[in-house]
Design a protein around this ligand. Structure first.
Ligand code: CUA
Length: 292
């Protein structure tokens, strides 16, 4: 839809370019100085018809570009044409993404999974400041405003992994507010959503460390007493490919580095440095990586 508008505008621009260049060439050739010209050429200052013409024509051009543009903006904001879209709520946070699938009962962060061929209907809002959802390859960009909801829908056609980025300056780590969009084939999506709904919670020293070290005040892990709402939901965090809003790969080493000093991985990170000793970090890494 966006592409259609761009293509229309490009063709109009090509037409305008041809007309303008043709008039320019005509004027250059027709009115060039000839050997027997001596005086000043005719002056057109104050020529009413010309003045009105070159005011009205550009205004008309802008008007004709504005109509399809504004119409498309409203279409994109409206309900998707698909009668049975996958509804997803996207909530922007400094500096990470929350994804909620109300019909599937799934809450996750920073890695958005959608099935190929089914329209994904996003409702976008923010928990703090204005962010902007942008996955360039699916087209479109939409602000996430605190206190109101925007909508964006798309129907993915190619399975794959697409990179996204917050597109609205939102503070220190705005540039680090990345995400990944996984367009899964139907079977992989079914596997992913089934795994998300029956998460494995390993019973280990790390589970207790998680509860007593303060982690649970901000993070939820389904099936445990950890029900904090401030930070990303960590249910199945071990199955994500990245950490810290898609900044770093999800490896035990990077997870340990993140727990040791969040702010040095992601400047301005809201996750506090809990001064965890190496034993606790090791326990937590083992526990978190086991959440799948
Ligand atoms: Cu969120 Cu920039």
């Amino acid at each position: 839809m966006l592409l259609d508008v761009y293509q229309d505008v490009i063709w109009w621009s090509v037409g305008i370019f041809v007309v303008v260049e043709a008039l320019l060439l005509f004027a250059v050739l027709r009115f060039r100085r000839r050997p027997d010209d001596t005086g000043m050429p005719d002056q057109v200052h104050g020529h009413t018809a010309l003045e009105v013409g070159w005011t009205l024509i550009p205004a008309a051009i802008l008007f004709f570009i504005a109509i399809p543009t504004v119409r498309t903006i409203f279409q994109l904001q409206g309900a998707p044409p698909d009668p049975d879209p996958l509804e997803i709520t996207v909530i922007g946070h400094q500096w990470w993404w929350e994804f909620r699938y109300p019909e599937l009962g799934i809450v996750t962060a920073n890695e958005l999974h959608v099935p190929v061929g089914r329209t994904a209907s996003l409702t976008l809002t923010s928990a703090d400041v204005i962010h902007s959802f942008w996955v360039p390859q699916i087209g479109g960009k939409r602000d996430l405003n605190p206190g109101s909801e925007n909508r964006l829908w798309f129907t993915p056609t190619e399975p794959g992994v697409y990179h996204g980025q917050c597109a609205e300056l939102c503070g220190t780590s705005h540039a680090n507010m990345r995400m990944r969009l996984f367009v899964d084939d139907s079977a992989s999506f079914a596997d992913w959503s089934a795994a998300m709904r029956s998460p494995a919670v390993p019973d280990s020293a790390g589970a207790m460390t998680f509860l007593i070290s303060g982690c649970a005040a901000c993070h939820t892990i389904a099936g445990t007493p950890a029900q904090g709402k401030v930070g990303p939901d960590l249910t199945s965090v071990g199955s994500r490919t990245t950490l810290a809003s898609s900044m770093i790969p999800n490896t035990p080493e990077m997870m340990a580095a993140w727990l040791r000093s969040p702010d040095s991985v992601k400047p301005g990170a809201q996750m506090p440095d809990l001064n965890l000793d190496e034993q606790r970090i090791a326990d937590l890494v083992g526990f978190l990586e086991g959440l799948r």
